[in-house]
Design a protein around this ligand. Structure first.
Ligand code: GLN
Ligand code: ZN
Length: 758
């Protein structure tokens, strides 16, 4: 019964990879230093896994930026604009694909998008007509040699050809990227024939199987995998699936002439039966038992039931044990988290601990004596289940008392808007921003000093009020219509709220990779969520005291808070989300009582919570939208509720966006030249929309006329009296000079558009 991992976090416990990579980009470290650090990290990570009892060590899971980009390099699938001509993809070409000619104009980066429903972003492969493919990187071979030299049993890991093509995009209009499948597979054959002589297992990740797939694509799995299996020779191919059930594709999967299949039994335990009963002779089944997407200990008792069931049907030697997916999505090591409440810490396991769990599960399944370990696991779970830290009777009572009408505004939009317009007295095409203003080094320093205890509360408050005052002053001078306080006090739009809510805790070092060198440290929701007291009211009150204009109250919505946290796994996500919704609702009601007339509840993560398969969308969207409404509906008709979403497709969920029943939604639209807005037009979106008129990702100052043109386009889609004027997203990553210039142009553009459209 082999144990293995599908991948390990790359960054290092101290985010060494991030640090050296950024220093390399700045020219402070050279390529040799970068590669040496990377080599040390790989060696360290194999050693850790080996010492925890993992048999097959992943190789190729390590990446300098992203594993899909590594595959682009492996296959020589470099887009033409990088003018790459050599035999091997060098570091410079690799990082230019990832980042473009950062800041220097010139060539743009390849697109990046979310890896399934995780917060990890991969580089989207580009396919075009006439493209050729050739083995163009030695990385995987070098790393396998490295692992062998260190005395380990390497299991090379690559995205499979279907996932590589499936998650890519065609850049030639109308071009079917699947026509490249044969050419791509030819390169895979070369890779596998070389790896096959050195390794007993080769893992090809095909998580696309958890999605809906066209029959035409599905039909090609078997012939392709026949070729691959042949190329791999005596090595067994392990087709790894994760993030959801692949039950709907079981026939295809089980028809492949491969050595094994990995299934995610954390997300989809129900699929075990299908696979264990139908598994052909000679095929192994890898059970994904330990949650690779979360920070909790495995429930060994429950996991062992699954193992026993599989062993009964297949025999122990055809069963492998693994985490559900790559451990890339979990923090590295719980041992360094000395600041956590020890009682909560006891319920957790990070990547290192998860490796150890596999070994215990294996020993237990094989009847070896690990009674003490099992008992400890059981005690941790018992403590968690009965802990007063996780359950709060007041929260349960409130949850029970939730009624449908609490998620409904008093009147429909058409009626509300009349009283809101009367109260706010805004011009046609009102101007506003999305919330944050530049987070200057001074702001960051001030927050850090307060956090470290170097600055006392009164001095901190005073400093923050200073930033708010500057921000209001600038907006007044710019002539914006609805102001914001600027969010200087927020390090992060989820963390800020999590820190003030009960039921959350924070790790010191629980970083996970988001994209490239960027890491995030998600809060952990371990218990019932409630709001001990107001979270934003005083800042907004102060901002309002400085101006006659309306100031928006700014909140993060329940779905986004849920989506960007590690969520407890002992109750449904929908339940946790509803608790957060009630906490946000309390804040909304308090803001209103304090006199705030406009409240924005951001939900940028609503779309990324969508289940992988369309059949499951409705269930999710029903509760997600209900939670947003629960958070936003406690107010009177004349209080205006805004929401904000960005950087996602909205077309296919437009009816749910409408069902959120916000009075105003601001969305990113400038990058697509207002195309995104068309969904709102053709759907006859009933309320008001602020389509972003400029991209906030670059310091570029958009000319007035450009924004006037966008507004004209927008007015062709929605009536002008239901349009707002705002940037695509928050301005926190920008500097002040370009922000002031851009907003001045935006205000000017709104004025001109009013003349034209008014
Ligand atoms: N209010 C937030 C801001 O302006 C919204 C950020 C977001 O959409 N991700 O920063
Ligand atoms: Zn945004």
């Amino acid at each position: 019964m082999l144990t293995h991992t599908l991948g390990f976090p790359r960054m290092g416990i101290d985010r060494e990879l991030k640090k050296i990579t950024e220093a390399y980009w700045k020219g402070e470290k050279n390529g040799q230093e970068l590669h040496e650090q990377a080599r040390q990290l790989r060696t360290r990570h194999w050693k850790i896994q080996f010492e925890q009892g993992v048999d097959l060590l992943p190789v190729g899971d390590f990446s300098h930026y992203d594993h899909m980009l590594d595959t682009v390099a492996l296959l020589g699938a470099v887009p033409a604009r990088y003018e790459w001509r050599s035999e091997k993809v060098d570091d410079s070409t690799y990082f230019r694909m990832a980042r473009g000619d950062a800041g220097r104009g010139g060539v743009t980066a390849m697109e990046m998008t979310k890896w399934f429903d995780t917060n990890y972003h991969y580089i989207v492969p580009e396919f075009f007509e006439g493209q050729t493919f050739a083995l163009s990187s030695d990385k995987i071979f070098r790393e396998v040699d490295e692992a062998l030299a260190a005395g380990y049993a390497p299991k090379p890991v690559l995205p499979g050809p279907f996932t590589f093509l499936g998650l890519g995009k065609s850049v030639t209009p109308g071009f079917d990227r699947w026509t490249h499948l044969n050419a791509v597979v030819e390169v895979y054959e070369k890779v596998l024939s070389r790896l096959g002589t050195q390794c007993s297992w080769i893992q090809l990740d095909e998580p696309v199987l958890a999605l809906d797939l066209d029959a035409a694509v599905l039909d090609r799995f078997r012939p392709v995998y026949e070729r691959l299996a042949k190329a791999a020779g005596s090595a067994g191919i392990l087709v790894a699936t994760y993030f959801g059930s692949v039950d709907h594709h079981a026939d295809t999967l089980l028809s492949l002439p491969v050595g094994g299949v990995h299934i995610d039994l954390v997300r989809a335990p129900g699929q075990l039966d299908t696979f264990a009963t139908k598994l052909p002779d000679g095929m192994a089944l890898s059970l994904g038992l330990v949650d690779g997407r979360n920070v909790w200990k495995v429930d060994m008792e429950a996991a062992l039931k699954l193992v026993d069931h599989a062993v009964l049907l297949l025999g122990a030697d055809r069963v492998m044990l693994a985490p559900s997916c790559s451990l890339l999505h979990t923090p590295v090591d719980l041992d360094v988290e000395t600041g956590l409440d020890p009682r909560v810490r006891e319920w957790m396991a990070f990547a290192v601990q998860k490796c150890a769990e596999l070994d215990i599960l294996r020993k237990a399944a094989l009847g070896q004596d690990v009674q003490d370990k099992l008992a400890a696991n059981r005690a941790a779970w018992d403590a968690r289940r009965s802990s007063p830290l996780t359950s709060d009777v007041d929260v349960s009572k409130r949850m029970e008392a939730v009624t449908d009408s609490m998620a409904r505004r008093v009147s429909p939009y058409e009626k509300r808007i009349v009283s809101q317009r009367e109260r706010l007295g805004l011009p046609l095409l009102p101007t506003t921003t999305i919330g944050s203003f530049p987070q200057t080094p001074e702001i960051r320093r001030t927050r850090l000093a307060f956090r470290k205890g170097e600055l006392d509360k009164p001095s901190y408050t005073q400093a923050m009020q200073g930033f708010i005052a500057e921000c209001i002053e600038e907006q007044e001078q710019l002539g914006l219509d609805v102001l914001v306080h600027g969010e200087a006090e927020r390090n992060d739009m989820v963390e800020y709220f999590g820190e003030q809510l009960d039921g959350f805790c924070f790790t010191a070092n629980g970083w996970v990779q988001s994209y490239g060198s960027r890491c995030v440290k998600p809060p952990v929701i371990f218990g019932d969520v409630s709001r001990p007291g107001p979270m934003t009211v005083e800042w907004i009150r102060y901002a309002r005291s400085l101006t006659e204009k309306p100031v928006k109250g700014m909140l993060t919505g329940p779905v986004t808070i849920l989506q960007w946290s590690f969520v407890r796994d002992d109750q449904p996500r929908s339940e946790t989300c509803r608790q957060i919704a009630l906490a946000v609702r309390d804040e909304v009601v308090d803001l209103e009582a304090d006199g705030v007339a406009v409240i924005q509840i951001d939900e940028p993560a609503l779309r990324e919570g969508l289940p992988l398969r369309r059949d499951d969308w409705k269930e999710y969207l029903d509760w997600a939208v209900e939670c947003f409404r629960l958070s936003s509906s406690g107010v009177r008709d004349n209080t205006q509720i805004h929401t904000h979403m960005c950087y996602a497709e909205f077309n296919d969920i437009i009816e749910w966006i409408a069902a959120m029943d916000a009075d105003v939604i601001s969305i990113e639209a400038s990058r697509s030249n207002m195309e995104l807005l068309e969904a709102f037009g053709s759907f006859h979106y009933p309320a008001e929309v602020g389509p972003g008129v400029y991209d906030i990702h670059s310091p570029r100052v958009p000319p007035v006329q450009e924004m006037v043109d966008l507004l004209k386009r927008a007015s062709g889609v929605l009536p002008a009296d239901r349009l707002w004027v705002n940037p695509d997203c928050g301005l926190k990553t920008r500097g002040w000079p370009e922000t002031v210039e851009a907003l001045a142009n935006m205000v000017e553009a709104a004025a001109r558009a009013r003349e034209i459209l008014g």
